[in-house]
Each structure stands twice: as C-alpha cells, then as structure tokens.
Design a protein around this ligand. Structure first.
Ligand code: SAM
Length: 280
C-alpha cells in the first residue's frame, strides 16, 4: 500500500468509527476513546449517525464491520495489558495511525512504545493532539517509516528499539491492505529481530469472506475508508502460515467469540478474526 493523503484517510476512517462509538451512551459502548473526535470532522460523525439511523449500515453490512472495529479495539487493548503484565518490555505499534491506547493504558506507560507510521500521518496526529496531549507522553516515540521504501529495522533501531527485549507488536487494521509479500517481510522482521516470547497481535479476514455477495459491505466500507482490502488468510491456513514464519502458540479469536465478549446483540461481520502469536 502507498502512504499519501489517501492513507491518512484510512487512519481517519478508523478514528471516525471510534468517534461514532463515543456518541452511544457509555453503557452501550464496546470501546471508548476520548480523543477520537480530535481526528475527525464533527459533521461527518453526525452524517454517519443519520446514515446509521436510516438503516443503511445494516443493509450494506457496514454495521458488522464498524462493530468489529470496536470489538477489535477492546480485545487488542486486553492483549496489550495481559502481555505487559506478563513481562513485555517494549511495544511496537505498526501503522499506529490515530490509535492512542498507549497514551491511555497505565500499563503501557512503564515501557518504551514505538509508533511506526508514515511521517505524513504522524504529523496529522501531532497536529490533532496539540493542546490536548502535549507534550506527547515521554514513553512514546514516533518512528517515521514508509513501508514501501524504508527499512523498518533500521528505523526502529535508530529510534532505540532493542531487539534483545521481549516485545509486543500491535498490527491493527493494516495487514488486510498489504500484499502477501509485504506481510511476510514484516513477520520475518518480527520473528528474526525480537526476543523469544515476543508476541504479535493482528486482525485479518478469512480469504473466503473476501469474495461473493457477503463481501459487498466490506468493499463499500473499506473503499469509503480510502483503500480496498486485498488480502485475507484462510482460517484453515492461518496456524500453519504463522508456524512457517517462526510463530507458535497461536490464538485465533473469531467473530462469534468476539460477538459474545464485546457486542451483545450488535451484529459482526462473518470471517473476521484477531490472531495472537508468539515468536518461537
Ligand atoms: C487503517 S489505518 C490503521 C491505523 C491504526 N492501526 C488504527 O487501528 O487506528 C492504516 C495505517 O497504515 C499507515 N500506512 C499506510 N501505508 C503506509 C506506508 N506505505 N508506510 C507507512 N505507513 C503506512 C497509514 O498512515 C495508517 O495510519
């Protein structure tokens, strides 16, 4: 994927879903982000609420994807807290976009956090948080990387990343936009340049859900967010796929479990899942 203004719009798209979630009564939210509104136009939030009230999101299947994004937010936050309590010594957030969980989770304040993204997206993030989260927390370091051109390891090391440390890699909302080669390169970096016991958590979609009429909502949703989903890994191949790349202890949190844990009666898109795997 290319990083330009179009890519910022994918970061903004996720922030928009978070901001819409914040308009629900607190007890009905799957996830909360008090900074989400800083990254979006309030009129767009209102417009999307009207669209939702007219039932359009339900008809197109967009509801299920927005709900997934919010369950994902909460589940990955839970993985972050669990791994930090279990001894993770640093966090790398790949394609961090406008995610601010590492500013808000008390557990994350104790370790260095490397937020990796395109410098253009990072500049927009700083600008949106000016006067709100300023200065940025001292444990957070911005690592400007263009995944298409730059060497991730080189940039991380220059920012103080220590490959001898047990690391948590958070890769949320990114892998579905990559090529298989692009995903392979990042997994090879993680497996080859972090301490044993390091963990990667990412969301993906069963490749079977990328085709056919069920995928209409996905296409509408992701192209409205700025980029098309191109890459899914079949639920039947994900465990061997990760094992072949140096990962074990794979946990797949599927859409039905996600629904039960975070969404109650709110629908969720079929085929989405969150994978957590440990460097062997
Ligand atoms: C869908 S957003 C996900 C953002 C964040 N993880 C979240 O869940 O809110 C994808 C992110 O990847 C970044 N990105 C896309 N192409 C990139 C590239 N070539 N180099 C660096 N970052 C890129 C975008 O700037 C954006 O922040």
């Amino acid at each position: 994927m290319k990083a330009d203004r179009r890519q910022i719009s994918t970061a903004r798209g996720v922030a928009l879903v978070r901001a819409i979630e914040m308009t629900r009564p607190e007890a009905d939210r799957a996830s909360s982000d008090p900074y989400a509104h800083r990254f979006v136009n309030p009129l767009t939030v209102q417009f999307m609420r009207v669209v939702g009230a007219l039932g359009i999101n339900r008809l197109t299947g967009i509801d299920g994807l927005m709900n997934f994004a919010m369950a994902r937010e909460q589940h990955i936050a839970a993985v972050m807290v669990r791994e930090l309590r279990a001894g993770a010594e640093q966090i790398v957030v790949l394609g961090a976009g406008f995610d601010t969980r590492c500013y808000r989770l008390p557990e994350a304040a104790a370790v260095p956090v490397f937020e990796v993204d395109h410098p253009v997206t990072q500049a927009a993030k700083r600008e949106a948080l000016r006067g709100v989260v300023e200065p940025l927390p001292a444990h957070v370091r911005f690592v400007g990387v263009d995944f298409d051109h730059d060497d991730l390891g080189e940039r991380l090391r220059a920012a103080g990343y220590d490959e001898g440390k047990r690391t948590l890699f958070v890769w949320q909302g990114v892998i579905v936009y990559l090529t298989r080669d692009g995903a392979d390169r990042t997994l090879a970096f993680i497996a080859g340049h972090s301490a044993s016991g390091s963990v990667v958590v990412f969301d993906s979609i069963d490749s079977a859900a990328l085709t056919g009429s069920g995928a209409t909502g996905l296409r509408v949703f992701t192209s409205a967010m700025g980029e098309n989903v191109t890459f899914g890994i079949g639920l039947d191949e994900i465990v061997p796929w990760l094992a072949a790349r140096g990962f074990g202890d794979v946990d797949i949190f599927g859409h039905a479990a996600m629904q039960r844990a975070y969404l109650g009666r709110r629908p969720i898109a079929a085929g989405v899942y969150i994978a957590t795997a440990r460097v062997a």
